[in-house]
Design a protein. Structure first.
Length: 359
């Protein structure tokens, strides 16, 4: 820390992203990216003609992409905001809807950025412990004060809440925002979208990073009432009105037009997930019920850290969180069937060397 760094941030613990090795030597199952590339029609949207327009600023209103998303999801353009990854919308929302009087509440085990944004903006945060089965404690969240932030399905547990639970949170105080981060919803959970007409305190956040194969393009979007979206736009225009570059906007539009391709990939991933659950159970793992593109697994004979390191040594990267309650779990992204075979082989090799006989 330099002597110039504001004392406001002296104790800020920044977010730690998963490892992103810049060579292709690992089977990469650690940051929940799609194993499939964007569709050919999506990639084709970035033409040389378009590249030659990079001297010009992008459309700060993102109008065409917002209209395309609104149409796809049965909304109006005024219900949609775009950002440079959903992390940026999360940042805007923590800035816009919480302060000294309005704290935030989120599950104690959830997406690692929530506590970071709470700290960054000096917010009081209630971290609500998960229930023993690792599901979100809806009652305790409802009883907490201020804005509620949840990932549904939750990360890294993969467990989804039903819509009536989301509605219960929305009803618990209609004068607070309930932010539902739906980064993984396309892999099989229920979206809160149908509740949007009825609840003007609902903010739904989505991303192109997982189900739409574009983590590298940094595209996020959110749905809310026109008023909520306008507030977020005020923050966005006060931060960086050109937060989406021309290429990301084009890619985003083309992906909406090719939605079927991404839906089919989500179905493939769900099928690979089901097969992987079966294989991992046969190898002795237990896991939480996942409706996402990852599995949260634990082996009775080997610690999470040993597994993580052993897999890394064998060229397979998975995510390990060195945190109480979950340090014996691994979060494994569902890759292609071939990548999963590589994972199973690495695990089998490890277990044959480290686990006691019979386990
Ligand atoms: C991956 C992820 C995000 C971040 O998505 P980006 O759009 O890549 O910024 C947000 N929330 C959750 C729960 C995630 O897992």
């Amino acid at each position: 820390m330099s002597r110039f760094f504001s004392s406001r941030f002296a104790s800020l613990e920044a977010y730690t992203p998963g490892e992103q090795p810049q060579d292709q030597s690992y089977t990469k199952l650690n940051t929940n990216e799609s194993p499939y590339p964007p569709s050919p029609a999506t990639v084709a949207a970035v033409t040389e003609t378009e590249l030659n327009k990079l001297n010009l600023y992008s459309d700060p209103t993102g109008r065409r992409l917002r209209e395309a998303l609104a149409e796809l999801y049965g909304l109006q353009r005024e219900n949609v905001i775009l950002a440079n990854g959903s992390d940026e919308i999360l940042s805007f929302a923590f800035m816009a809807f919480a302060d000294k009087e309005t704290p935030v509440a989120f599950p104690a085990i959830s997406y690692g950025f929530y506590p970071v944004y709470a700290d960054l903006y000096g917010l009081e945060a209630t971290k609500v412990p998960l229930l023993p089965d690792f599901s979100v404690d809806v009652e305790a969240l409802a009883a907490a004060k201020g804005m509620i932030v949840i990932a549904n399905p939750n990360a890294p547990t993969g467990i989804a809440l039903s819509l009536d639970k989301i509605e219960y949170l929305l009803k618990s105080d209609r004068d607070r925002i309930v932010l539902v981060d739906e980064a993984y919803v396309d892999f099989g959970a229920e979206s809160a979208l149908p509740l949007l007409q009825k609840y003007d305190n609902l903010l739904i956040i989505r991303t192109y990073s997982k189900s739409r194969s574009m983590a590298g393009a940094r595209l996020g979007f959110a749905f809310g009432s026109p008023e909520i979206i306008a507030d977020l736009e005020t923050i966005r225009y006060s931060t960086n009105p050109y937060n989406l570059d021309r290429l990301a906007l084009l890619l985003g539009e083309a992906a909406v037009k090719d939605d079927g391709y991404y839906k089919r990939n989500c179905e493939k991933i769900a099928a690979t997930r089901a097969a992987a659950e079966k294989r991992l159970k046969e190898m002795g793992f237990t896991m939480t019920p996942s409706t996402t593109n990852f599995l949260f697994v634990k082996h009775p004979a080997v610690s999470g850290e040993t597994l993580y390191l052993g897999l890394k040594e064998r060229g397979v990267l998975v995510r390990h969180f060195n945190k109480p309650l979950i340090q014996d779990y691994l979060r494994i992204t569902v890759g292609t069937p071939e990548q999963m075979e590589t994972l199973f082989a690495a695990i089998a090799d490890m277990l044959s060397k480290t686990a006691p006989k019979g386990v």
